[in-house]
Design a binder for this molecule. Structure first.
Ligand SMILES: [Zn+2]
Length: 262
């Protein structure tokens, strides 16, 4: 399945690092993929959360399931109908977020033509101090094309570290659209907005359990621009970032005292 795969793998890798200290490491050393006696309902739920079920082991345990060796989900979490929410893994310092220099190094192609839309969808959100400023040199975020074989899926965004936005976004022109046609400039713009979301801290909406939910946002936003490749039509067909994406970014980056950035 086509996914925004690498960003997702980074999320999973980080998630595993974070929680591996409090589980039995023997579980991780079992390299065979076990999904025995797990209902198809649970397996498809995990797939919708972005897990690659060809490579993900699931074992039943008291009160829930252990996924990928060391990620515990309660039965209740996996039975929720909707688990899509605005959550962040890292956050950019307030001052930096007000002037993030971003460079279009995509060249003259559909992705390059979608660049402006990609930054506009965030810049148009009102009542937030987040601002992306296009530059031609010394960027904070470089947006470039993938090298042959560098990534699968359409794109990759990098999470912030220590208050500094992720510095790289890669888009993969070789990946066809969900309808098999070449990805259009508008669709590339939406994909870029999604990737920028990672660079300013957002996790995939389905994978918010790895991070911190943005206060004031719900658990069931099925139109978030941060929806993962498990349902790529949301990103491809978006007219804008969702209402709750806007709520989230206002809460993360603003001049108000309840802002989440530092
Ligand atoms: Zn993504």
């Amino acid at each position: 399945m086509k996914t925004f795969k690498l960003a997702m793998l980074i999320v999973i890798a980080i998630g595993m690092t974070r929680c591996s200290s409090d589980v039995d490491n023997d579980v991780q050393q079992d390299s065979t993929i076990t999904q025995q006696d797990i209902s198809s309902e649970i397996l498809s739920k995990l797939q919708s959360m972005g897990f690659d079920m060809d490579k993900t082991s699931v074992t039943s345990t008291k009160g829930g399931y252990i996924v990928d060796g060391d990620i515990f989900f309660t039965e209740e979490t996996l039975k929720e109908d909707n688990y899509q929410k605005q959550a962040f893994f890292g956050i950019v310092n307030c001052n930096r977020a007000g002037n993030i220099r971003i460079q279009n190094a995509l060249g003259n192609n559909a992705a390059g033509r979608g660049f402006q839309r990609g930054i506009n969808l965030w810049n148009r959100v009102n009542n937030t101090t987040l601002r992306l400023v296009e530059v031609t040199s010394n960027p904070d975020i470089l947006v470039r094309l993938a090298r042959p074989g560098e990534i699968g899926g359409w794109g990759l965004g990098e999470f912030p570290t220590n208050g500094v936005e992720g510095g790289l976004i890669i888009l993969n022109l070789n990946e066809p659209s969900i309808d098999g046609d070449p990805v259009t400039a508008r669709e590339w713009g939406n994909i870029l907005t999604h990737e920028i979301g990672h660079n300013i801290g957002f996790l995939h909406a389905e994978q918010g359990f790895f991070g911190t939910q943005v206060p004031g946002t719900p658990n069931n936003d099925t139109s978030s621009i941060m929806t993962s490749g498990s349902n790529p039509s949301v990103v491809f067909n978006a007219n804008n970032v969702s209402v709750n994406d806007r709520r989230a970014v206002r809460r993360m980056y603003s001049n108000r005292s309840n802002r989440l950035c530092r």
